[in-house]
Design a protein around this ligand. Structure first.
Ligand SMILES: O=C(O)CCC(=O)C(=O)O
Length: 281
């Protein structure tokens, strides 16, 4: 069992703020292996690979997910790195299942920022106990880092989220949140009122990880200086209260088919070889 690398203060911060930046918890050996996996996947995207943005200068932002099912570097990292234990401690969960991996890459100088959003409304699971671990594999300055709105994981409103399909132009990303749907309120204009929100971001080195709750509002990670690229590997973890849900709208990535193929149904805990239990207290 790998060493646990979180303090009681980190656990409190994660609970209160919904986000914590852990320093130097992943060693260089893992970073080098993950970089190999990310570079391979950029060259050979999975069927889930997406070009999120290409600007007039040809600078690109790309996304891919669930590459762990074919890349040994990612698989080993999921089962052997300290992250599952870190997620378990932060969530104060008895058990931790792996949900999926996501990679975000931006070529040097890319300005494109991911719009502010929450993850859970797009996901095929729901629950409070979740951790996304956003891990840059190259240094990133605060101005180009992922941003999160501290405490927003505990806000009571349910927000209408962005349709990523409108942004990427990709038909597979059409995830309309229906106006007619009940209870959803318009997403707050964080970008236009930045001084009104407690926005967290950090200067980061490879080995540092931002862990955040899937209900927290987050976005950004663009604005790259000329000559600087960004390569991020994110692993998503689910705890005791997370349950499968197939939503009518807003699923990206949509795991309905993948979950159904391994026998998972709404209301189930994650499990099976596709969403394995990786850690137990
Ligand atoms: O890094 C990014 O651009 C987006 C990250 C994100 O939305 C996530 O990790 O859930």
């Amino acid at each position: 069992m790998p060493e646990i690398l979180v303090t009681p203060h980190d656990i409190d911060t994660f609970s209160t703020d919904g986000v914590v930046c852990l320093r130097g918890v992943i060693d260089r050996g893992w970073i080098d292996r993950l970089l190999e996996g990310v570079e391979y996947t950029m060259e050979h995207p999975t069927p889930r690979g997406r070009l999120w943005n290409r600007d007039e200068q040809g600078r690109e932002s790309r996304y891919d997910s669930q590459a762990w099912t074919t890349r040994p570097e990612f698989r080993d990292f999921i089962f052997e790195s300290p992250l599952a234990g870190i997620a378990g401690e932060l969530m104060q969960s008895e058990r931790v299942n792996f949900f999926f991996d996501a990679m975000f890459t931006r070529t040097p100088g890319t300005q494109f920022r991911t719009p502010f959003h929450q993850d859970e409304p797009f996901w095929s699971i729901e629950g409070f106990q979740t951790v996304s671990s956003w891990m840059p594999l190259v240094p990133v300055a605060k101005a180009s880092c992922l941003e999160t709105v501290r405490g927003s994981h505990r806000w009571e409103q349910r927000f209408r989220q962005e349709n990523f399909g409108a942004l990427t132009g990709d038909e597979r990303d059409q995830v309309e949140f229906d106006d007619a749907d009940d209870g959803l309120v318009d997403f707050p204009d964080i970008e236009g009122n930045r001084d009104k929100y407690d926005i967290a971001s950090w200067d980061m080195e490879p080995g540092d990880v931002i862990c955040f709750n899937a209900r927290i509002i987050h976005g950004g990670s663009g604005n790259l200086p000329e000559g600087s690229e960004l390569k991020v590997f994110n692993t998503k973890w689910a705890g005791d209260d997370a349950r499968v849900i197939f939503r009518d709208t807003g699923m990206d990535p949509d795991h309905t088919e993948a979950m159904t193929s391994v026998g998972l149904a709404p209301g189930d805990r994650l499990g099976t070889e596709l969403y394995p239990e990786v850690w137990r207290r």
